[in-house]
Design a protein around this ligand. Structure first.
Ligand SMILES: NC(=O)c1ccc[n+]([C@@H]2O[C@H](COP(=O)([O-])OP(=O)(O)OC[C@H]3O[C@@H](n4cnc5c(N)ncnc54)[C@H](OP(=O)(O)O)[C@@H]3O)[C@@H](O)[C@H]2O)c1
Length: 282
């Protein structure tokens, strides 16, 4: 296997490398190291957020890697605390992220969670403006339901290219996925390893053994078997980086995919969601 992911998925004018490094709960020097190593070994996509309190460390890792900024895709997210989705605050928050990351632009700027307190008619034009001003190449949302995306699209004059949501073999997202496909929005899978639970599932273990890989790799390969998805597995352990990256090159049989498709259930969410969660589609 080569060290490059190469594969990209396209939405709007965004070309997004299919496999990114998640960094939630990567902190301190471990975060610097893992981001640096990931970029050096061929990761072309890093996912962070203001709420992870690690943008500075991600920025240091980028610098330490020596990899040029235009060689990888960088995402951050703005969290709606302190009414940050008000237009002026949104702009300040985006600038702060760029300062923390020590970069002139991100490739993708996401609204981390919906916020009922500020109307999308105000937030979305401001987010679009940030793209036009060059602070971000593309924009999108995270943890939005279908109704919220329909509302957001009314006010967007540039494409919303992703909805980043929980997605792994144990969760149903078929209604949301169909909607996103119809609107040319990629489903960006967070918690793609179900926070490690894929290691305890017999079907995942059986398919992994058959391919001579581990269940995390099978989960990633299954997510990426659909061309309308990208995945951002997190690791702080440099020993897990290569395997997760290589998973983007595993081809599952139709039979493998069908077996994994049987694992989803309505109560398969792994992340405890805050009280401002939307009403989820299934
Ligand atoms: N938009 C949102 O609201 C939102 C919410 C949650 C997450 N996210 C994003 O999505 C990313 C991924 O989601 P996640 O962090 O919730 O969970 P995840 O990627 O499903 O799972 C991470 C867990 O799996 C372990 N792991 C990773 N690779 C492994 C391997 N090869 N072998 C064994 N264990 C392995 C990690 O431990 P080690 O570190 O020890 O490898 C960690 O405990 C986040 O980091 C973040 O960037 C976004």
């Amino acid at each position: 296997m080569s060290n490059k992911t190469y594969n990209i998925r396209t939405a709007g004018e965004a070309n997004i490398p299919v496999l990114g490094l998640g960094t939630w709960q990567s902190t301190g020097d471990d975060c610097v190291e893992v981001v640096s190593k990931a970029l050096q070994m061929g990761y072309e996509h890093i996912d962070t957020a203001q709420a992870y309190d690690n943008e500075k460390q991600v920025g240091e890792g980028i610098k330490k890697s020596g990899v040029a900024r235009d060689k990888f895709f960088l995402t951050t997210k703005i969290f709606p605390d302190d009414l940050k989705f008000q237009p002026e605050k949104l702009k300040e928050a985006a600038k702060r992220s760029l300062e923390n990351l020590d970069t002139d632009y991100v490739d993708l700027l996401l609204l981390h969670w919906p916020d009922d307190r500020v109307p999308l008619s105000e937030t979305i034009p401001a987010l679009c403006e940030l793209q036009k001003q060059g602070l971000t190449k593309h924009i999108g949302v995270s943890n939005f339901n279908i109704e919220q995306i329909i509302e957001a699209k009314k006010y967007a004059d540039v494409p919303l290219v992703v909805n980043q949501v929980e997605f792994h073999p144990f969760i149903k997202q078929s209604t949301l996925q169909s909607f996103l496909n119809n609107h040319h929005i990629l489903l960006e899978a967070y918690s793609p390893l179900a926070r490690g639970d894929v290691f305890d599932n017999e079907i995942m273990k059986e398919i992994a053994d058959k391919h001579g890989v581990n269940p995390a790799q099978i989960s990633i390969a299954w997510i990426l078997s659909d061309k309308d998805r990208v995945a951002i597995p997190k690791t702080s352990n440099p020993d897990h980086l290569q395997g997760n990256l290589d998973a983007a090159k595993i081809t599952l049989s139709d039979e493998d995919i069908q077996k994994i498709n049987t694992l989803a259930s309505s109560n398969g969410r792994k992340i405890e969601h805050p009280d401002y969660s939307p009403e989820w589609d299934d």
